[in-house]
Design a protein around this ligand. Sequence first.
Ligand code: 5AD
Ligand code: SF4
Length: 449
Amino acid sequence: MNDHVPLKKLHIKTYGCQMNVYDSERMVDILRPLGYEVSDKAEGADLVLLNTCHIREKAAEKVYSEIGRLKEMREEKEARGEGRMTIAVAGCVAQAEGKEIMNRAPAVDLVVGPQAYHQLPELIARTHRSKGERLSADFAPEAKFDALTMDRAVSGPTAFLTVQEGCDKFCTFCVVPYTRGAEWSRPVKSILDEARALAAKGVRELTLLGQNVNAYNGLDADGLESTLAKLMYALADIQGMDRLRYTTSHPNDMGQDLIDAHRDLPAVMPYLHLPVQSGSDKILRAMNRKHGRQAYFDLIERIKAVRPDLAISGDFIVGFPGETDKDFEDTLDLIRRVGYASAFSFKYSPRPGTPAAGMPGQVPDDVADARLQTLQALIIEQQQAFKEKLIGQTLDILFEKPGRLVGQAIGRSPYLQSVFVEDAAHLIGQIHKVKIIANSNNSLKGELA
Ligand code: 5AD
Ligand code: SF4
C-alpha cells in the first residue's frame, strides 16, 4: 500500500443475507487501496457504511435508528476536532428507497445501490469534495464484479462467491425482484478467475451465492449458456477447491444436471437450501410460487434418491394474507414429511409495492406470532434429531477457526453443523476425519479419528 496515504477508519455494518456479507467484504477490498482500514466500531470512524436489507419491515427500520445514533457520534467526533464522519447507506434499502432516505435522514451523505459498488471510491471522493453534498448513485446495469473482485482478501478456508444476482420470480410477498433487479449471471470465466485466486490463498470451500442461484445461466468461453451444475464441475477442477455449496435455490430451477451433480461430484456438499415458504397449495398459489406442495415432495424424493443423506433446509413464512389454521396445519404437515436439518422462519411482513401487501385477509399479529412459535418449535426438534443421528458417525470436517479453549478448533460438517474438537488447532484450514461424540447446544462435539 502507498505509505503516503494516511490511514482512515472504515466501519461497515451489514444487515440481511449472505450476499450482503459478500458485498461488504468487496467494498472493504475496493476501499483499502484508498487508505481505509476496517474498524469494528462506528465510534470515531471516518466512513461508516450501512449495508442494508429491505426484505422485512423490521430490517429496513433498523437503518433509520442506526443513522440517528451515527449522527450523534459524528457530532462528538467533530467536537473532538477529528474531522467529519461520512455516512453512506448501501444495500437494498438504498436501492428501494434512496430518495426517501435522503429526505428522511439528512445526515446521510451518500446512498449507493448494489449495482454501483464499483464506483464507491469515486462517489466517496465526490462527497468529500462537495463537502457534504449528498449524492445518490442509481442502478447502473453494467457488470461491477471484475472491478470488485480483483484483489479480494480472504479470512480462513471458506468464502462466499456471488455468481448470480436478482430474481424474475415475483413471489407476491417479496421485494427482491424490485431491489436487486432482474436475474443476471456472471460469466463463467470471471467466476473461475475469482475462485482460482481464492484457492491460491488457501480457500477450500466456496458457497456460491445468488438470489436464485440455481437459475444460473452465465456465458462460458464459447459464448454458450452454462448451468450451475456445469459451473460446479469447472470449480471442482481447481486444485484445492474441495467443497462447494450454493444458496438460495428455487424448486422450479432444480435441473436434472444439478440433481445429478449431487450424485456424481464429491465436492458438492450434501446440503440443500430449498425454500418452500408454505405447505398449503392455496397459499403457494397466492404467493405466486408457481408450484404446489406435491411437486416439492416429488422433487425432494428425486434428489434424495441420488443422495439419501442430503440435509434439507428451508424458509417459511407464517401469516401470509388469507392463511387459515388449516393452511398453517398443511405447512406443519409438510415440515413433518420432509424433515429439515435447519430452517429459517418469518412472520409475514407487508412490503410496500408488492402485490401481497394489498391482499385481503391480513392475519392478526397475535395469530401469526403463535404460528411462528409453533413452527419454530417443530424445526428445533427436527434440527436436534438431525444432529443426534450424526453421533457415532465419522465425518470430514473442514476446520475454520480456533475454538474458545486453547488447542480447540471449530469446523463444519458436510451437513453444515459446527463441530468443535480438542487439540485440533494445528488443523485449521484443512479437512480431517472426525468422530462425532456428542450433541452440544448449537454445535456438535467430535474427536479426531
Ligand atoms: N415477509 C416475511 N418474510 C419474507 N421473506 C421474503 N419476503 C418476506 C416478507 N415480505 C423471507 C422468505 C425468503 C427469505 C429470504 O425471507 O422466506 O425466502
Ligand atoms: Fe423473492 Fe421469490 Fe425471488 Fe426468492 S424466488 S428472491 S422469495 S421473489
